[in-house]
Each structure stands twice: as structure tokens, then as C-alpha cells.
Design a protein around this ligand. Structure first.
Ligand code: NDP
Length: 240
């Protein structure tokens, strides 16, 4: 039996590619999702990956969902905090609702995902924590004050967990994707998307599988000495 891996938002987009790649590497994968049950059921039927519905923004729901995954598959050794949303608006039009929804999902949701799993990882002396941040957490982005703040916050969280977990055999790393061809990006107007692609030296959007390969590497034994790092995959658009 392979290691047990949880991917939040693992039923579509980048998360689905991560779930699929981890399964191909021999992990026992659980993919969570928020509410698109039709999509999750289709994904599960296609891949054989078990899917679980809970809202990462809710601590008690996350705790219960994680307990169910562990009851079904065993202790979670790899957690990929991938679930995320955008609610864009220029700052002068950013409502408190848009602000809080994104903070609750993309930042508090990452806390809610890792926190219930962390004590077990410490006890067992092994864990891989991987958080999907974003290029826009590294550089900021017009219209995304809420989103960029959460994704930058995720990097601070990862660097702290790296220090706290290292002596217990746990690593924590972030992946910062550039623009990837998922529903999140395909939902922006075509004109805007074209202007985004024009700024990517590679001349194209990334593929979800290209992010999945960063994650399978960080989850692997080969990445044991990588801790607190940010793996950037953005086609040459921005580097730190
Ligand atoms: P998608 O919108 O394609 O998929 C989002 C996934 O997250 C879905 O499975 C969705 O579930 C789930 N989700 C959303 N909100 C919640 C919630 N509150 N609780 C549980 N699950 C939730 O997103 P992407 O694949 O594009 O993005 C994945 C991650 O990568 C995000 O964190 C995003 O910020 C980051 N990212 C994406 C980039 C891109 O270009 N696409 C670039 C950089 C970073 P459901 O299907 O039920 O709605």
C-alpha cells in the first residue's frame, strides 16, 4: 500500500492533475471538493480516486472530513492544500465580503487543512505538506488584493511550518504556478487572457500536469532536504 495523500480541491483543475499524478506514483489518494458533486463523481468514476465533500473554510467540517479520509484510507502522510478561489475587484471596489471569502478559503482554509493532520505527522515522524500558492502571491496583481494577500500569507505559513516540522521529519513547501489552463483562468475574458499570454515568455499557459509534477517531486523521498522552499513554475514570467 502506498502513502496516503489528501488533495483539497482535488476533483478538477490543477488539483485533479495532482490527484491523478500522485495515484500514478502509487499513493492512496483522497480528493476533496466544495460542492460540484457532479464533476467530483465523474472524476472519481474515471480515475478510481475517492472524493470527499467539505468546505475548507470551515474548521469543524475540515476536521470531520479529514477524520473520514483517515478512517477510510489510513493516516494522511502527504497533504496538498490546493483548494482556492478568486473574487477579483480593484481595491477601491473590493467589498469586505469578497475580501473575507477569499481569506477564509485560500488562507484560513490552508490552516484548516493542515492543522488537523499535523499532530499525527509529528507523532509518526513523517509528513509532506505542499501548499499551492501563486505567482500573484509573489508579485501582487491588479484586481487581486485579497487573492495576492492570501497567497503571500501561504508562503509565510509554509516557511514557519518548515521550521517547526523539520525535527519531526515533516517538510513543508509551496508551489507557485504562473497562469495555468484551468477553469479559473479560462473564466477570464478572452481579451484579458490573450494579454496575459503575451506577458509569458514561454508564449503559452501552463498545463495542470506541469504543476502536478512539481508536487509529486516535493512529495517524494528525493525532496527530503527541501523544506520551506517555493517551487516556481510560470514559463519565465516572474522570478524571485
Ligand atoms: P479550479 O477553480 O479549477 O478548481 C478549484 C478546486 O478547489 C475545485 O475542486 C473546487 O471544488 C475546490 N474548492 C474551491 N473552494 C473550495 C472550498 N471552500 N472548499 C473545498 N474545496 C474548494 O482552480 P485551479 O485548479 O485553477 O486552482 C487550484 C489552485 O491553484 C488554487 O489554489 C489556485 O489559487 C492556484 N493557482 C491557480 C492558477 C491558475 O492559473 N489556474 C495559478 C496559480 C495558482 P468544486 O469543484 O466543488 O467547486
Amino acid at each position: 500500500m502506498g502513502r496516503v495523500a489528501l488533495v483539497t480541491g482535488g476533483s478538477r483543475g490543477i488539483g485533479a492533475a495532482i490527484s491523478t499524478a500522485l495515484k500514478a506514483e502509487g499513493y492512496e489518494v483522497a480528493a476533496s471538493y466544495a460542492g460540484n458533486t457532479e464533476k467530483a463523481e465523474a472524476f472519481s468514476a474515471e480515475t478510481g480516486i475517492k472524493t470527499y465533500k467539505w468546505n475548507v473554510a470551515d474548521y469543524e467540517e475540515s476536521k470531520a472530513g479529514i477524520a473520514q479520509v483517515e478512517a477510510d484510507l489510513g493516516p494522511i502522510e502527504v497533504v496538498v492544500a490546493n483548494a482556492g478561489i478568486t473574487r477579483d475587484a480593484p481595491f477601491h471596489k473590493m467589498t469586505p465580503e469578497k475580501w473575507h471569502e477569499v481569506i477564509d478559503t485560500n488562507l484560513t482554509g490552508v490552516f484548516n487543512t493542515i492543522h488537523p493532520i499535523w499532530p499525527g505527522m509529528r507523532e509518526r515522524g513523517f509528513g509532506r505538506v505542499i501548499v499551492i500558492s501563486s505567482i500573484n502571491g509573489q508579485k501582487g496583481q491588479f484586481g487581486q488584493a485579497n487573492y495576492a494577500a492570501t497567497k503571500a500569507g501561504d508562503l509565510g505559513l509554509v516557511k514557519t511550518l518548515a521550521q517547526e516540522g523539520a525535527a519531526k521529519g515533516i517538510t513543508a513547501n509551496a508551489v507557485c504556478p504562473g497562469y495555468i489552463a484551468t477553469e479559473m483562468v479560462m473564466a477570464v475574458p478572452e481579451k484579458v487572457r490573450e494579454s496575459i499570454i503575451a506577458q509569458i515568455p514561454a508564449g503559452r499557459l501552463g498545463e495542470p500536469e506541469e504543476i502536478a509534477r512539481c508536487v509529486t517531486f516535493l512529495a517524494s523521498d528525493d525532496a527530503g532536504f527541501m523544506n520551506g522552499s517555493t517551487l516556481t513554475a510560470n514559463g519565465g514570467q516572474f522570478f524571485v
